[in-house]
Design a protein around this ligand. Structure first.
Ligand SMILES: [Zn+2]
Ligand SMILES: [Zn+2]
Length: 147
């Protein structure tokens, strides 16, 4: 399978991910909501060595939204792109909205659902995971490494 390519809005930053992804999920936490200016953010998680910046490294800005967590964005166009955290070492989370190619899996769950914005309705039948900081982003049984 070819790498999945992505870029920020201005295309100054380009990157690629090798499949298989670890998981794909919608995050409803208030930090994602504010950082992205959207009701929730769909993330894909891959192992760090499956992720590569192919252009624009110098354009990447970092905001530490909590201690040990890095939100990376484009300093030119402001696109919020990547998330890394000490809670998930050796993993990079990439905002699916910035991908140009299809992923190997559809979203599997909603996480931090207890923080969901009250102006949207979710009725897609996916599992709804709860409270922030109380466990892994996804249950282990969804963190398949094969596809
Ligand atoms: Zn940009
Ligand atoms: Zn979040």
């Amino acid at each position: 399978m070819n790498p999945v390519r992505g870029s920020c809005l201005c295309e100054g930053i380009r990157f690629e991910l090798r499949m298989p992804s670890k998981w794909v999920a919608h995050c409803h936490c208030s930090l994602c909501r504010r950082a992205h200016g959207a009701p929730f953010v769909t993330w894909v998680g891959v192992k760090a060595d499956q992720f590569r910046i192919t252009a624009g490294t110098e354009l990447i800005g970092t905001y530490h939204s909590t201690p040990g967590a890095s939100r990376r964005f484009c300093k030119t166009c402001g696109s919020p792109l990547f998330f890394e955290s000490q809670n998930w070492p050796d993993e990079v989370h990439i905002a699916v909205a910035h991908l140009k190619d299809p992923l190997d899996k559809a979203p599997q769950a909603h996480v931090h659902y207890d923080s969901k914005a009250d102006w949207i309705v979710v009725k897609d039948g996916l599992p709804l995971h709860g409270a922030p900081g109380t466990g892994p982003l996804l249950p282990n049984n969804t963190q398949k490494s094969d596809n």
